[in-house]
Write a protein that binds this ligand. Structure first.
Ligand code: CS2
Length: 546
């Protein structure tokens, strides 16, 4: 017989804790799992196929909430549209986490199942997704990932790894050899960066005589397919010229534009999912009703995504530019101005009529003229966007939207600014957004608002946007050195070539416009500055167009 250790409480309180019956009946709800799908209430949508029978054909890199609320949902619908009584298309997804992998244990426990909560102003609906068949970590489960990369059935690799995942030098678009992780990947037994992993996988398939998968980027990066191709070719060329040639000849890298607003999952979402399912789901995702995917045509087998609403086009560029400059550019502007105004979420900012006017004017007057033809109807899109941002059921944190803002500015706000300057069009609202970022990036907030509400009040490093920025240390130092001197702050930040290039600091109207806007933000606060910037602008075009 094994002698069990005797439990000896150290105090009466500890004894009470130890013998108290478990409190929350919620915890007694069984975990969501394939075996329990039949127990879901009628109102909860679920996969129409037997998830246990679904074979995998897609590897997805970046197992975050966005992928689970977007491509995985469209893939489920595509499978359902194509399946017959005797055929289940093999489009299950293996999702690989590259970083924290915090959702992995729960996803593994739930055998890949999770709930998508669709929140609209009218209410909430829930759908259980079963297209994600396996969740792995790119490092901890390296042996399994190797198997997946060598699976002859693997046809597609999709990616949501954020801008930084491409390891590209922002100025040249080439692989950034200054990055230690990139250099190390050429020698490591198992790579860590995205280009490193992809090139290793492609090399393995070439050696094994297998066809390469199609690599589909789903990140908010301009011409994302071309960007992905470039970093993969650079990584391959550093290892083996033959491999680089083979990739250039054989691998397709279609660009794609993805769109769906997906805030970070909160306890409220977990409680909503549990209540709707009658089961416990530790990793639901919450999102808006809108969803869009525009993909460049490519050859080879793929899910019937068009049956799920995806659109295939010859050229994604106009769609991508519209999405990046309107949605993501607008988001960034609202995040910076909103944080300065003491708001916490996009919906809170948009509840303010003045900010709705600002958003529409920014999108229609200043971003629209910079967009190439061939994409969406910009006026309709802009009005729809404002309605999406107003959705009071979506708590999209400004801090999250502004995460790593220094890496987002160029494609989202500065690209349009440059085109406006070239055509001699003034862009005061764009400059105001950039000034708001500068003021946020300085880590200072004269109103003592949200910007410094963190633990380090009074410390310029405490600016919420700095914590998450890859240039956070540099920005914090510049902010401290500039103190309250707006002109100095603007000059020093404009000197960051990786953000502003060589051209913008040389444009007198940019320097003067930014200085004036930062001074006003500093003196009058965000809302008064926005009001002054809008004074006199005509609202004729702002009537909704349906
Ligand atoms: C946001 C995006 O955080 C951000 O940068 O602008 O995540 C945005 O919500 C999505 O691109 C919407 O499709």
């Amino acid at each position: 017989m094994v002698a069990l250790p005797v439990y000896q409480p150290r105090s009466a309180a500890e004894l009470q804790d130890a013998i108290r019956p478990p409190r929350a009946p919620l915890l007694l709800r069984p975990r969501l799992s394939p075996a329990l799908l039949g127990r879901l209430p009628a109102g909860v949508a679920r996969p129409r196929f037997n998830v246990g029978e679904l074979r995998t054909g897609i590897l997805h890199l970046g197992c975050g909430a966005f992928h689970r609320a977007h491509q995985a949902v469209l893939t489920q619908r595509a499978i359902e549209a194509e399946m017959t009584a005797v055929h289940l298309p093999a489009w299950g997804i293996v999702a690989a986490s590259l970083r924290t992998g915090s959702a992995l244990p729960a996803l593994k426990q739930q055998q890949g199942l999770y709930t998508v909560l669709v929140r609209s102003p009218q209410g909430l609906r829930a759908e259980v997704v079963g297209s994600l068949r396996e969740a792995v970590h790119a490092q901890w489960d390296a042996a399994r990932l190797r198997q997946v990369l060598l699976d002859p059935q693997l046809r597609l690799v999709t990616l949501t790894v954020t801008e930084t995942g491409y390891c590209a030098d922002p100025r040249s678009g080439r692989l950034d050899w200054q990055d230690d992780a990139v250099r190390a990947d050429c020698h490591r037994p198992w790579p860590r960066t995205v280009p490193g992993l992809l090139v290793r996988g492609l090399a393995m398939r070439r050696m094994a005589g297998l066809a390469p998968p199609v690599l589909v980027s789903c990140d908010n990066v301009p011409v994302n397919g071309r960007q992905l191709r470039q970093v993969c070719l650079d990584m391959a060329a550093a290892q083996d010229d033959g491999l680089a040639e083979w990739i250039a000849r054989n691998v397709q890298f279609p660009s794609s534009m993805v769109d769906r607003i997906v805030p970070v999952t909160t306890d409220v979402d977990r409680r909503s999912a549990d209540a709707m399912l009658g089961l416990t789901d530790a990793v639901p995702v919450s999102t808006e009703p809108f969803s869009q995917w525009v993909i460049e045509h490519f050859e080879g087998p793929r899910p019937l995504w068009e049956a799920a609403g995806a659109v295939f086009v010859d050229d994604v560029a106009p769609w991508e530019a519209a999405k990046l400059r309107l949605l993501n550019g607008g988001h960034l502007a609202l995040a910076c101005l909103g944080l300065l105004a003491g708001c916490a979420t996009v919906a809170e900012v948009m509840a303010e009529p003045l900010m709705r006017r600002y958003a529409l004017r920014l999108l229609i007057d200043e971003q629209r003229p910079t967009l190439p033809p061939g994409g969406p109807d910009i006026r309709v899109y802009a009005h729809e966007l404002v309605e999406r941002w107003r959705n009071p059921r979506i708590a999209h944190q400004l801090e999250r939207v502004g995460r790593n803002a220094s890496g987002k500015l160029a494609s989202r706000l500065l690209a349009g600014l440059r085109l406006n300057l070239e055509s001699g069009r003034p862009a005061p609202l764009t400059l105001l957004a950039v000034a708001a970022w500068m003021w946020c990036a300085s880590g200072r907030d004269p109103q003592g608002g949200v910007l410094l509400k963190s633990d380090s009040l009074g410390d310029p490093q405490g600016g919420v946007l700095l914590k998450s920025d890859s240039l956070g240390d540099t920005l914090g130092r510049i902010g401290r050195e500039a103190g309250d001197d707006a002109a100095r702050l603007v000059n020093r930040l404009l000197g960051l070539r990786e953000i502003f290039g060589d051209d913008l600091p040389r444009q007198p109207q940019v320097v003067a416009g930014l200085r004036e806007a930062v001074q006003r933000l500093q003196r009058d606060g965000a809302l008064a500055t926005v009001r002054a910037a809008l004074a006199g602008s005509l609202d004729a075009e702002l009537t909704p167009c349906h």
